[in-house]
Design a protein around this ligand. Sequence first.
Ligand code: ACO
Length: 362
Amino acid sequence: MTIGLDDVIAAETVLSDVDGLQGRLVMRGRSLDDLAGHAGYEAVMALLFDGFFERAPASWQAALGAARREVFEHLSFADPALVAQEPIDAMRALTARIADGDEPATALRLVAAPAVFTTGLVRLRNGLRPIAPDASLGHAADILRMAGLPAEPLQARALDTYLVTVADHGLNASTFASRVVASTRAGLVSSVLAAISALKGPLHGGAPGPVLDMLDAIGRADHARAWLEAALNRGDRLMGFGHRVYRVRDPRADALKAALGPLLRDGRADRERAALAQEIEAAALDTLRRRKPGRTLETNVEFYTALLLDALGFQRDTFTCVFAMGRVAGWIAHAREQASTGRLIRPQSRYVGPPVGEAQER
Ligand code: ACO
């Protein structure tokens, strides 16, 4: 028995393959190298959804634009108590307002939801009016526009590459949560709500904000090694490093590093900060090699997620929500695949409590 299900095959999927030894990610037969920076997010969403809906819209891009406009209405239910919550919690609460179902229309509303709700909620928190979606734009460009961030083609391309890079990734914790719920036939909204809840944890999608906190706390390259050693001495994990499946560098880290390049060259991203981050990355890898010799701990997707989303102007407490904006397509495709081909997911636990008769009275 494996606690943590490390080597357990819990589903068969046509959606994505994570090769942890070669450092390779494949989505429906297309490698990440082939997709990131080449295919747009809507095209990758359509690729993931292909065959999982009986009545697909004529244009997924146009239908997604229309869905953004539809879910925008729910922002009027964001009362001050909701707006004051962490963005991921408030975004999840508004997503729960969407009626459950398994139709393409529900799927599209769910893809639109993290984008429309997060950008609108952050503006409300800052005392600004939410910006209504523009259905004619691509998803990435409209996200930046709705967030009130620079949305020229340079930035839109970088965000689009990010959304594609994180769109699907095997049976990660949030996707597994989505499949568990889908296996009970509960519907797509329920599956996505479970996935958002799993994503928010710092060991999964909650890591990139703390990556920036770490870079800020270190501050200077010559402080890095002492700071990193002290963190490991406290038993802390270094955010943005290590992965359950990859035993080599996470290929998504390189895709995102490449996406950051044009922003740096164009002066839209802080070159000094990026240079410091690379020095800290090298110091962290070296420190982890010495301190954890039995375990290969390499840079994961979250390290360059933090740098890229920061360069695009997203606030760090929204990074996990931006992750959800991309991963939601994978969650939905997996939920549909599970509901149509899988069985109820119901593993067993091993009882290690007291035998009958030995339990102490409380
Ligand atoms: N920093 C320091 N030590 C680490 C790190 C890290 N980032 N990652 C793993 N380790 C250590 C563990 O402490 C453990 O050491 P020990 O055996 O001496 O106790 C050993 O490496 C193995 O750890 P596991 O818990 O088996 O690793 P697991 O596969 O369960 O964890 C995880 C993977 C959660 C990603 C882990 O590497 C981690 O916590 N990383 C930091 C958080 C992070 O970046 N999360 C984002 C992951 S990518 C994603 O989810 C999108």
